[in-house]
Write a protein that binds this ligand. Structure first.
Ligand code: PBG
Length: 327
């Protein structure tokens, strides 16, 4: 090099582990994570989900055993998905006071009063056709479905949920849920809305886990078209205007630009969902020895946080928290 004085020696601060630690811009912590759980009927059930190694279908009586290590590791919250005993066209399991998620919420709050229990609020796990709402003449109805979502939200709050997280993507659901919660004395319960949720192939393993794949058609009439980012900002703006306390971008990995755009535009707390397909890819490649699974996991979670997420919903939560805390 002709003029050594002009060489910028970026490597100086990379030479020692201590120096790298000092200049690290993004740090993951167990309290960034929200741990998703799948609750099923029965007792003593702990059945691994095919495409999600390390993730289980759990009966209500097995939940506490699964959650205890998460709590000990400092993970502040879980999000619950329920697979009901039976499904019908009106998704009645979603707002049954004795429904699977309602029972799971009560059990968890009894065991871990400090744990934040988030209730995913959608109808797709409860409808016989697997759609997120009421279907008439092949059309997924908006307002009729929103009315049922509001009922589901109230019953989840009555069971003791700390946060309601509507994941349906129908119009007006945040306003309807807010009004219903307020009317029933739950003005203090926050709404974390899945505000920018895309029609993504990365939900594949989840639909197997939740037995919620649509029997016909798809979710493209309500979930977002993957090429759009400005539309995500409009969705988020609407949900904030309707009363959302925090918003979510989903999926995370293929939508880091959306997370970044949302972070730059809005001051509201932002969550990102590192979804089932993103988890399955890492696990499958690691199983074959094609990737270092732990490093891939940490790199992905760090990227999601670096993009601007305050909270990360991830099936890796416990594994990542163990690595972070050395426990
Ligand atoms: C709907 C819901 C879905 C996920 C979370 N909530 C599935 C869907 O929209 O089809 C996906 C989560 C994941 O893939 O990990 N209740």
């Amino acid at each position: 090099m002709s003029n050594m004085q002009e060489v910028r020696r970026h490597r100086r601060l990379r030479m020692k582990a201590g120096l790298r630690t000092m200049v690290r811009e993004t740090a993951l912590s167990p309290d960034d994570f929200i741990y998703p759980l799948f609750v099923v009927p029965g007792s003593s059930v702990r059945r691994e989900i095919g495409a999600m190694p390390g993730v289980y279908h759990l009966s209500v009586d097995r939940l506490a055993v699964e959650v205890e290590p998460a709590v000990k590791l400092g993970i502040p919250a879980v999000i619950l998905f329920g697979i009901p005993e039976s499904k019908d066209e009106a998704a009645s399991g979603a707002y049954d006071p004795d429904g699977i998620v309602q029972r799971a919420i009560r059990a968890l709050k009894r065991e871990f009063p400090e744990l934040i229990v988030i209730a995913d609020c959608c109808l797709c796990e409860y409808t016989s056709h697997g759609h997120c709402g009421i279907v008439r003449d092949g059309v997924i109805l908006n307002d009729e479905s929103v009315a049922l979502l509001a009922r589901a939200a109230v019953s989840q709050a009555e069971a003791g949920a700390d946060v309601i997280a509507p994941s349906d993507m129908f119009d007006g659901r945040v306003a309807a849920i807010r009004a219903a919660l307020d009317a029933r004395g739950f003005a203090q319960i926050p709404i974390l809305s899945y505000a920018a949720k895309y029609a993504s192939c990365f939900y594949g393993p989840f639909r197997e886990a939740a037995q919620s794949a649509p029997a016909f058609g798809d979710r493209r009439s309500h979930q977002m078209d993957p090429p759009n980012v400005r539309e995500a900002l409009r969705e988020i703006e609407t949900d904030i205007a309707e009363g959302a306390d925090a918003v979510m971008v989903k999926p995370a990995l293929a939508y880091l630009d959306v997370i970044r755009a949302a972070r730059q535009r809005f001051d509201i707390p932002l969550a990102a969902y590192n979804v089932s397909g993103e988890y399955a890819m890492v696990k499958a490649a690691a199983e074959r020895g094609w990737l270092d699974g732990q490093r891939a996991m940490m790199e992905i979670l760090t990227a999601i946080k670096r993009a601007g997420a305050d909270m990360i919903l991830t099936y890796h939560a416990v594994e990542a928290a163990r690595l972070l805390t050395g426990q």
